[in-house]
Design a protein around this ligand. Structure first.
Ligand SMILES: Cc1ncc(C[n+]2csc(CCOP(=O)(O)OP(=O)(O)O)c2C)c(N)n1
Ligand SMILES: [Mg+2]
Length: 344
């Protein structure tokens, strides 16, 4: 079924972006899409094991939110659908691919695999296999930023944390507990629900008492917004406001991005439950095609330039696969390493 809830309309005339910003957003979305397509290919060729959840269709959310952050100070936490959040956060494609291959050069040193991307360097707090598990971790990260600034007097501790999770996770108790604390303590955090309408085979409207997740912010006195998650400009512009609010000390925001995954829940899912009309409705709103057309229409890029970006990114992805393939497995003698933090 196609939801009766209509996508919020975003007036593109209300924002202006530079060519550089536009190309950054476009390139990041293409990176996410082509990476995931290659992932599917490698999975079906038996190069990676375990569950692999792809992000195709949702790229505008990752790019629009994360590209509004400052990579040197802001934190991101993810879910098991985490490859593209890692890429947008700046983790090199070859390190994400190597992690998927279980190699020691992966961003989690081959210990995590698809659902546990992590990078201290890129302030990626991790992908989490348990639904909603990242919400308290991200809330803690936001708390430490505020504590360092206000209690320890570290003036430059003005990091903002973004916490991504799904519609299904928003029915979990940790969502409500953490929103309460974040609002109470005015934490610098943005909770981003990627409402792709499904939690595996459970339709969102069958699982929740109240369909509009962003409205749940109101009971905590927190600003809550819905946004067209297929429109990177709309997401980017809302993210900039929420980031500014958090950095200024004005507290958290809940963002509900309405989006859709173009593939099954995981690569093991035959995707037989969702109606063809629903898939067509969302496929017609492909965020990359939509934004590419916008860039051309506004003379921010020519279609040749966009094709060049696509080609450049394909090279990056192919190099990532070669790197992953040629990298060594983790050394069995190091089995017990990285369980606890090590001193440098
Ligand atoms: C605590 C917990 N319960 C159940 C599961 C099984 N499970 C894995 S994914 C998923 C659906 C979550 O859907 P959603 O939060 O909407 O995220 P999406 O997969 O759509 O990105 C469930 C129930 C789990 N991983 N963790
Ligand atoms: Mg979902």
């Amino acid at each position: 079924m196609v939801s009766e809830r209509s996508l919020p309309v975003f007036d593109t005339a209300s924002v202006s972006i530079t060519k550089e910003e536009g190309l950054t957003l476009y390139e990041d979305m293409v990176l996410g899409r082509l990476f995931e397509d290659k992932c599917a290919e490698m999975y079906y060729r038996g190069k990676m094991f375990g569950f692999v959840h792809l992000y195709n269709g949702q790229e505008a959310v990752s790019s629009g939110i994360i590209k509004a952050l400052k990579p040197d100070r802001d934190y991101v936490s993810s879910t098991y659908r985490d490859h593209v959040h890692a890429l947008s956060s700046g983790v090199p494609a070859k390190e994400v691919m190597a992690e998927l291959f279980g190699k020691s050069t992966g961003c989690s040193k081959g210990r995590g695999g698809s659902m546990h991307m992590f990078s201290a360097e890129h302030k990626l707090l991790g992908g989490y296999a348990f639904v909603a598990e990242g919400i308290p971790v991200a809330t803690g990260a936001a708390f430490q930023s505020k504590y360092r600034r206000e209690v320890l007097g570290e003036a430059n501790s003005d990091g903002v944390t973004v916490c991504f999770f799904g519609d299904g996770a928003s029915n979990n108790g940790q969502f409500f507990e953490c929103l309460n604390m974040a609002a109470l303590w005015k934490l610098p955090i943005i909770y981003v629900v990627e409402n792709n309408k499904w939690a595996i085979g459970m339709a969102h409207e069958r699982a929740t008492s109240s369909e509009k997740i962003y409205e749940k912010a109101r009971v905590f006195g927190m600003p809550g917004y819905e946004v067209d998650g297929m429109d990177v400009l709309a997401v980017y512009s809302l993210a900039q406001e929420a980031v500014a609010r958090a950095r200024a000390g004005d507290g958290p925001t809940l963002v509900e991005a309405l989006t859709y995954r173009f593939r099954g829940h995981s690569l093991a899912d035959p995707d037989e439950l969702r109606a063809p009309e629903e898939k067509e409705f969302w496929n017609a709103r492909d965020p990359i095609k939509k934004f590419g057309a916008y860039l051309v229409e506004k003379n921010l890029a020519s279609s040749d330039e966009l094709n060049e970006i696509d080609k450049k990114i394909q090279v990056v992805i192919d190099e990532a696969v070669n790197f992953a393939q040629e990298s060594p497995e983790p050394d069995p003698s190091e089995l017990h390493r990285f369980i606890f933090a090590e001193d440098d």
